[in-house]
Design a protein around this ligand. Structure first.
Ligand code: TIU
Length: 222
């Protein structure tokens, strides 16, 4: 067993042999100018800044044999898996499926839907495309984690209070011990990131734990 003694709100104990790292939606559409995140009016610079830290965490997981699972929020080219309620909401500069500088916004196979090159999945790593904010909804994630025998999950990715927190809550309800790597996640809104971290670890880790990437890597011995 491994332990992150400094995890918040109290030490996180896990068996690396039954742990997986889930990297949420580190896609060009959220992280680069001209993608989905930018069409919603966000400054994407904050998200770009965590790429090296996420890379470090992925490297540590690979070095210690912890499986890495990558997710991508995107839709089929015919939009059959995109509810109109999602596509038509608000007044973005471009809607899901419209053509932007990185191809069609949030559409599978388009350049914008790809994971940023610095975090490219390694051969054999699972990549799950998801139509929703949570990675369990309409994906085989639950079955894949059962196949791996995972019991504990470490989370990274964007954005903290949207897809990361939604997935972490889904996982918590499914019986996983969940830890969010604080400096390997980011939001377009600093106050939302801070609030999400607080609400995850409040009430005796009601959703899960948080720790820094250094603390995670130290516990993995890498
Ligand atoms: N808009 C926003 O903050 N996030 C999303 O739409 N998706 C994810 O978090 N991946």
């Amino acid at each position: 067993m491994a332990e992150i003694a400094a995890a918040r709100p109290f030490p996180f104990t896990f068996d690396p042999a039954t742990t997986a790292l889930i990297v949420i939606d580190m896609q060009r559409d959220f992280i680069e100018p001209g993608g989905f995140g930018a069409t919603l009016g966000n400054d994407v610079t904050r998200l770009q800044a965590i790429v090296p830290t996420v890379a470090k965490l992925i490297g540590g997981a690979r070095a210690s044999g912890v499986p890495v699972i990558h997710t991508r929020e995107c839709h089929a080219s015919d939009l059959s898996d995109c509810p109109p309620a999602k596509r038509l909401r608000g007044a973005p500069t471009l809607r899901i499926g419209d053509t932007g500088p990185m191809g069609r916004i949030l559409i599978a196979g388009e350049p914008g839907a790809e994971i940023v090159p610095e975090l490219a999945p390694a051969a054999g790593e699972l990549i799950l495309d998801k139509p929703g904010k949570g990675a369990f909804y309409a994906t085989p994630l639950g079955e894949e984690l059962a196949r791996l025998g995972s019991r504990s999950l470490i989370f990274a990715g964007v954005t903290t209070e949207v897809c990361v927190q939604t997935t972490m809550r889904e996982a918590n309800d499914r019986g996983f011990d969940c830890l969010l790597a604080e400096d390997a996640t980011e939001s377009y809104f600093p106050a939302f990131k801070a609030a999400a971290l607080d609400m995850i670890r409040a009430q005796g880790a009601i959703v899960g734990w948080t720790a820094t990437v250094e603390e995670v890597l130290e516990a993995l011995g890498v």
